[in-house]
Design a protein around this ligand. Structure first.
Ligand code: COA
Length: 134
């Protein structure tokens, strides 16, 4: 199976991405416009395609110096366990070499361990105001 990985977001159909995330139960409520802004405002993003179909995403926020944070790591269910998640995260990590990379995950611990991440004991979080509206 031929998968293409792109860090250039100009060809992304954001409505299609929203539909794919919704169908795959990985939609967190962003509109297509909010998806576009969150990806375009990232330090680096990687989108995986099978032909023209989006089958995965990963992105990182970073200060460009020492700290980065990985989010939106997703492989379409029917394409999982074929190395796509690894390839996307490694593409993102390549853009933040030398930096300390953080992430939160509920179900992806073993996946991230395989990519070299280790568990840190405490994570804290806060949604400021109302989710996506402020
Ligand atoms: C986690 C996720 C991104 C993995 O994507 P994927 O394309 O299936 O991952 P890969 O095929 O590249 O797997 C890389 C390695 O991790 C392992 N792995 C992947 N998912 C795993 C799981 N759920 N449990 C244990 N190991 C897993 C693979 O076996 C592979 O191991 P290998 O290198 O020894 O062969 C995908 O399952 C997903 O989108 N899940 C829902 C969203 C999610 O949880 N995202 C991460 C949290 S932010």
């Amino acid at each position: 199976m031929s998968i293409t990985y792109r860090t250039d977001l100009t060809q992304v159909n954001w409505r299609e991405l929203k539909r794919a995330l919704t169908r795959d139960w990985f939609d967190n409520g962003r509109t297509p416009d909010q998806l576009q802004r969150s990806f375009e405002n990232s330090f680096v993003a990687c989108v995986a395609y099978h032909d023209q179909q989006i089958v995965g995403t990963a992105r990182a926020l970073s200060d460009g110096v020492c700290n980065a944070y990985i989010v939106d790591v997703w492989t379409l269910s029917s394409f999982r366990l074929r190395g796509i998640g690894r390839a996307m995260v490694e593409t993102v990590l390549d853009a933040v070499r030398g930096q300390h990379v953080y992430l939160f995950t509920d179900d992806g611990v073993e996946f991230y361990r395989k990519l070299g991440f280790s568990i840190r004991p405490t994570g804290l979080e806060l949604v400021v105001g109302d989710w996506l509206t402020g």
